[in-house]
Ligand binder design. Structure first.
Ligand code: ATP
Length: 343
C-alpha cells in the first residue's frame, strides 16, 4: 500500500504532540519510526491505524483519504509490544481469530493458518497456549495473527521491547526476512537506533512532535540534516569550540560547534600518520577494552575526542603522545549545519 501523510497534527489539550508531519511511503517498504520517548511516534502510528483522530492534516492510502475510515476498514494489521495473545486460545485459534471474524469458511481458515504457521516457523506449536511459548515465539504468533486477514499495511509498536537482547537480535532479522517475503508495507516504532538501522529500509527520525529527517539508515548516518539527528544516530563527541580543531579552524566563530564520529578520527605515533601536516598533537587519556575493539579517549589542545582501534592494532597507553587526524566533522551553529572534510 502506498501511504501519504500531509501536514499531520495532533494536540492533546494545549500540548502539540505531532506537528506538521508530512511523508510518503512506497508500497512494500519497511519503515522505522525512531526517536526519543515522548516524541510522538506512537501518536503517528495510532493516527495511521485510525485509533486516534488527527487534529488536522490528511492520511491517504492508495491516494484515497482515510481520515474518516474506522480502523477495521483500513486493511491494517497490528503487532504491539503488549498486544497479548488471547490466553484461552491455542496458537491455531489465535491466528485464525481475524479470519473467523471475517466469517471465512473452515477450509479457507485452515489453509491460511497452516500456511502462516509454516511461514513463521511455528509448525508443531499449533495446539499450544500462550503460556507454553517463549517470548520470541509469542511475537511470531502475534505476527502471524496480524497477517492472517491479509492486511495491506502492518503497524508494529516496539514489537521486540519485551524480549531478551539475544533473541531480540534474531527476531529482528527474522522479521525483516518475513516482511520482505510477504511484501507488505510496514511501519515499526522503536527508540533503539541499532534496531532501526538494522531492520528498516528507511528511517524517520521523530523528535518533539516533528519529523527531523527521513532517509535510508546509511544516508541519515552519513548526511544528518539537523544537530539532533547527528547526535541521535551513531556515536559522537561534541566539540564546543571549533577553533581548536586543526583543519577546521576556518569554520570557527558564530558559535560553530563540531560533532565528531569515532570512525573519522585516525590516531598514530607522532610522525607515522598520513597527512602529517594536518594532524594535531595529542595525548592518550584512557584506553578501554570493549570486547571487539579498543575505545581510546584522546585530548588535543584541550579538545576531548573518542575513537576506536582494532584489537590487533598496536596498543596505545595512557599519557602516550600521539598524532590525531580528523577526517570529517559535522559542523553546526544556530543558523545552519554542514559537513567538512580534511583531505
Ligand atoms: P514512547 O517511545 O515513550 O512511546 P512516543 O514517541 O511514542 O513515545 P507518544 O506516545 O506519541 O510518543 O506521545 C507523544 C506525547 O503526547 C507525549 O508527551 C505523551 O505524553 C503525549 N500524549 C500521548 N497520548 C496522550 C493522551 N491521550 N493525552 C495526553 N497526552 C498524550
Amino acid at each position: 500500500m502506498h501511504i501519504e501523510v500531509r501536514n499531520l497534527n495532533k494536540s492533546f489539550g494545549d500540548f502539540h504532540a505531532v506537528q506538521n508531519v508530512s511523508f510518503q511511503i512506497e508500497k512494500g517498504h519497511l519503515i522505522g519510526l525512531l526517536g526519543p520517548s515522548g516524541g510522538g511516534k506512537t501518536s503517528i502510528l495510532r493516527m495511521l491505524a485510525g485509533l486516534e483522530t488527527p487534529s488536522s492534516g490528511d492520511i491517504l492510502f492508495h491516494g484515497q483519504r482515510v481520515n474518516d475510515l474506522p480502523p477495521q476498514e483500513r486493511g491494517i494489521g497490528f503487532v504491539f509490544q503488549n498486544y497479548a495473545l488471547f490466553k484461552h486460545m491455542t496458537v491455531y485459534d489465535n491466528i485464525a481469530f481475524g479470519l473467523k471474524v471475517k466469517k471465512q469458511s473452515k477450509e479457507r481458515i485452515r489453509e491460511r493458518v497452516m500456511s502462516l504457521v509454516e511461514l513463521t516457523g511455528l509448525k508443531g506449536f499449533e495446539h499450544r497456549y500462550a503460556h507454553q511459548l517463549s517470548g520470541g515465539q509469542r511475537q511470531r504468533v502475534a505476527f502471524a495473527r496480524a497477517l492472517a486477514p491479509e492486511p495491506q499495511l502492518l503497524l508494529l509498536d516496539e514489537p521486540f521491547a519485551a524480549i531478551d537482547a539475544k533473541i531480540r537480535t534474531e527476531l529482528r532479522t527474522w522479521l525483516k526476512e518475513m516482511i520482505e517475503r510477504v511484501g507488505i508495507t510496514s511501519i515499526f516504532v522503536t527508540h533503539d537506533q541499532d534496531e532501526a538501522i538494522e531492520v528498516a529500509d528507511e528511517i524517520m527520525i521523530i523528535n518533539k512532535g516533528r519529523l527531523e529527517q527521513k532517509g535510508t539508515p546509511w544516508d541519515i548516518y552519513k548526511n544528518p540534516q539537523t544537530p539532533f539527528v547527528a547526535s541521535f544516530i551513531g556515536e559522537s563527541t561534541i566539540v564546543e569550540d571549533v577553533a581548536g580543531l586543526k583543519g577546521f579552524e576556518d569554520a570557527a566563530g558564530n558559535g560553530t560547534k563540531a560533532l565528531v564520529r569515532p570512525e573519522y578520527i585516525e590516531v598514530g605515533k607522532p610522525g607515522e600518520i598520513r597527512l602529517a601536516s594536518a594532524a594535531m598533537d595529542g595525548i592518550v587519556k584512557h584506553v578501554h577494552f570493549r570486547g571487539s575493539e579498543w575505545l581510546v579517549e584522546l585530548e588535543a589542545d584541550g579538545v576531548k575526542l573518542v575513537t576506536y582501534r582494532p584489537l590487533e592494532s598496536e596498543v596505545l597507553h595512557p599519557n602516550e603522545r600521539v598524532s590525531i587526524l580528523l577526517h570529517r566533522a559535522y559542523l553546526f551553529n544556530d543558523e545552519k549545519s554542514w559537513i567538512a572534510e580534511n583531505r
